[in-house]
Design a binder for this molecule. Structure first.
Ligand code: ADP
Ligand code: MG
Length: 490
């Protein structure tokens, strides 16, 4: 089915829409702190003026395949642990300061626990990101995120904001018509679903009892501008499940928590922590100010009995290199084990080609592609959080500036070709009218046993659409390149 155009509004009505949207956002927590913020100074999060068209069948595919992806990565961590640890060890040589430190901290944690970490259960709050590849009408995966995934909070809010506008008739110049049918603009359930993922962690920590005495510890960045996105999940956790939480930075962990008989407690109250939820710790900058203290904090948490979301190994399973190896169909089948052909086919249909840049035959061919035909590729290092990739014509120069022995730390990925749309972006009160590209993220939560491979719960947890100007290659909202959007399904 063809998509309806975006609503066409008179300048006056557009002005009214911007006012309504901005005030709805402030009234309902669709906000972020500006740079150099003060406690009272929240700002509208950058958002689109209208929902952006996304094919309904592909949206449903992405929602459906999430639990299979959750299982794939859980199995990598549990059933393929030896392989994963070996792979990470080889990556650690290329990237000593970050992958190397995560790996070293994992090894130290295992050693200081006499070979077996005290908490076999692991909580994943994951997000699989896709773009719509228009040429063959498929969704293609950009990456699978296993640590500190964001925008589950703001996504629900932006959907609710667009529903408010639609119901108010503001998308129609006469204020009389609902421009979209209600089921065309679904609201992501990510706030409630991510909160229930955390609650499930708490439940399994307490031997399958809904214990409201144990708490969740959010490990956050100092001065976090996106804290409202996190607070929304905290409020749902308290409201829906009666579970309290605390927020501490990595720097504060050793001073403000203590371990007693393996259990982690908040010192001030002696509340026992069931789940450590990382919204920090995924990038080198999270450790750079005080490396000794912050890496030590990570080790301290890892050796406690609290369930980590994610554990060091689960975080490491989200490495770009793991994603590259898993584009091999027979390997995927092996790792997934018991899975229907339909589930497997759907999962495999989301992959584009990703090449290693190592000394294997495939690696050598990829090196040739990178140097001679870079226009269809993006080069990615082992990093998270935006701003690290090298695109197209910049690839040969980037590689040539490195010693060839370092190329193995990168993967070479085929570019996905999403359509552009003429939506408008509202940022800091300004309306930007440029072509945008969108990236669909699907959230998933699961609790699994890293030792036995048993999966205790596995759920879809809502969705996110992020959009950016098509002129920019990167799409990080918090990094300032993009905005939070929502889908209009057609
Ligand atoms: P990060 O871990 O930094 O988020 P990503 O792999 O998500 O890295 O890449 C960052 C951004 O680069 C994505 O949000 C997307 O906009 C763009 N990008 C990444 N891979 C591709 C690709 N294969 N095709 C097109 N754009 C891509
Ligand atoms: Mg990304």
């Amino acid at each position: 089915m063809a998509a309806k155009d975006f609503p066409a509004l008179s300048p006056e009505n557009e002005k009214e829409l911007v006012e309504r949207l901005s005030q709805w956002a402030l009234a309902n927590g669709l906000v972020m702190y500006p740079p150099n913020w003060q406690l009272h100074s929240a700002n509208n999060a950058p958002i689109t003026m209208f929902p952006t068209p996304f094919p309904k069948d592909l949206f449903e595919d992405a929602m459906k395949v999430q639990t299979t992806f959750n299982k794939l990565y859980a199995n990598v961590v549990s059933k393929e642990k030896v392989w994963l640890v070996d792979l990470i060890k080889s990556l650690a040589d290329f990237d000593k300061d970050f992958t190397g430190k995560l790996y070293e901290t994992y090894v130290k944690a295992v050693e200081s626990s006499n070979g077996t970490l005290p908490q076999p259960l692991s909580l994943g709050v994951f997000r699989s990101d896709y773009m719509y590849n228009q040429t063959d009408h498929t969704i293609k995966q950009i990456e699978f995120n296993t640590v500190s995934i964001s925008f589950g909070g703001l996504s629900t809010k932006v959907g609710a904001a667009q529903n408010y506008l639609n119901k108010s008739g503001v998308y129609d110049n006469d204020y009389s018509l609902k421009y979209y049918q209600p089921d065309e603009v679904p609201v992501s359930e990510s706030i409630d679903k991510i909160a229930s993922g955390l609650a499930q962690g708490n439940y399994f920590y307490n031997d399958e009892v809904d214990n409201q005495k144990t708490v969740v510890l959010f490990v956050v960045q100092p001065g976090e501008r996106n804290c409202f996105d996190q607070r929304l999940i905290e409020y749902a956790l308290l409201e829906n499940h009666g579970i309290k939480s605390y927020r501490l930075t990595l720097e504060e962990i050793k001073e403000k928590t203590t371990i007693n008989s393996g259990k982690l407690y908040i010192k001030a109250t002696m509340d026992e922590v069931s789940v450590v939820y990382y919204r920090s710790g995924y990038a080198p900058s999270d450790y750079s100010v005080n490396p000794e203290k912050t890496w030590d904090a990570r080790l301290h948490l890892e050796v406690s009995k609290a369930i980590k979301c994610p554990s060091l190994l689960t975080q490491l399973s989200g490495s770009k290199k793991v994603q590259q190896v898993l584009t091999d169909a027979s390997r995927v089948k092996e790792v997934l084990g018991d899975v229907s052909q339909e589930e497997l086919d759907l999962l495999l249909s989301t992959f584009v080609k990703i090449h290693p840049l190592d000394d294997t035959a495939a690696g050598k061919e990829a090196k040739r592609l990178a140097l001679e035909e870079p226009e269809n590729y993006v080069l990615k290092p082992q990093r998270e959080g935006g701003g690290n990739n090298v695109y197209k014509g910049d690839i040969p120069g980037h590689l040539k500036a490195l010693d060839e022995s370092e190329w193995g730390a990168y993967i070479l990925m085929e570019l996905i070709h999403p359509p552009t749309h003429k939506n408008k972006i509202i940022k800091d009160g300004q309306v930007y009218n440029e072509d945008i590209l969108s990236e669909l993220g699907i959230f998933g939560t699961l609790v699994f046993n890293e030792e036995t491979g048993e999966i205790k719960s596995n759920e879809n947890a809502g969705f996110l659409l992020r959009s950016k100007f098509s002129s920019s290659d990167e799409g990080g909202v918090a990094a300032g390149f993009g905005c939070v959007d929502t889908v209009y399904l057609y």
